[in-house]
Design a binder for this molecule. Sequence first.
Ligand code: ADP
Length: 314
Amino acid sequence: MTNAITIEHVNKVYDGKVTALKDVSFNVEEGEVFGLVGPDGAGKSTLFNILTTLLLPDSGKISLLGMDVINEYKSVRQIIGYLPGVFSLYPDLSVEENLQFFAVMYKSSIEENMELIRPIWKQISPFSDRKAGKLSGGMKQKLALCCALIHCPKILFLDEPTTGVDPVSRKEFWDILKSIRTQGITVVVSTPYMDEATRCDRIAMIQEGQILGINTPSAFIRDFQGKLYTFRSENIFSLLNIMEQCPLRCNYYPYGEHCHIAFYDDVATALPQFEQFLQEQGQSHGEIIAIDPSVEDCFIEIVQMRNALNQTQP
Ligand code: ADP
């Protein structure tokens, strides 16, 4: 496999004090859907802005298909498509006018690349006369995707394309991304939604500007260290308080309406001890059930382990 993107030791500090990226290095292979997963403020948009030649790093080296993003930024701009995190189209232009505008800007035409965008265009063309600002969130993103693809880029960057989009449109959007991949376009996509990460070929987990790990979603799940359980609690907040006194080696956190707990001791003894602990603390709870970890559980475990390691280091 050849690398579409190589990122080496990239650092970025804003205003001399906010560290947005800290020694970030990784490669993205040609033709893969690569996910950048992390919470708000992790550094995802900063990295996207650097990758798309809109922001200079303080140090480090990045090349896209062998071209340096700083010295060869003009050539790089010809081969990339970018869907930024904020709505970037012209709200007062119609759907079709927006697409036309982006095609002309890239010295291309709608007809030339219609094959590439046809599956998405089919969904938005009934609204082709509507002003872009009047579209629903999901439709806006589909139009933005068409505009980012209209010059047939080799690498497509999508910064949180599904944030604030309804679940059905989110799923449709990811189906579209998979079909784009079959056209040989490398896709780099960021998301704060961990469930979406499983749809990527590989993911980089990022927090506080640092890459925590890079792997396939299934490998992250396979490498989960704890034995994971879920249960319902009548009062999750009081449970979280009393868990500070729990003597077991475990990691617990609210997960939607449930509580997840990962044990790091032999569960044959840890589980009954935990049930006894809850009973002694007067905590009523539902059945404690073993489950497979999600990517989100993996992210939480990796962050916890990193924090624990940092605390033991001087
Ligand atoms: P994400 O996209 O993962 O939410 P960002 O790259 O936007 O993360 O932000 C990373 C960090 O850099 C955050 O602490 C954010 O507040 C800070 N940051 C982002 N842009 C700027 C800026 N223009 N000036 C100062 N700080 C910034």
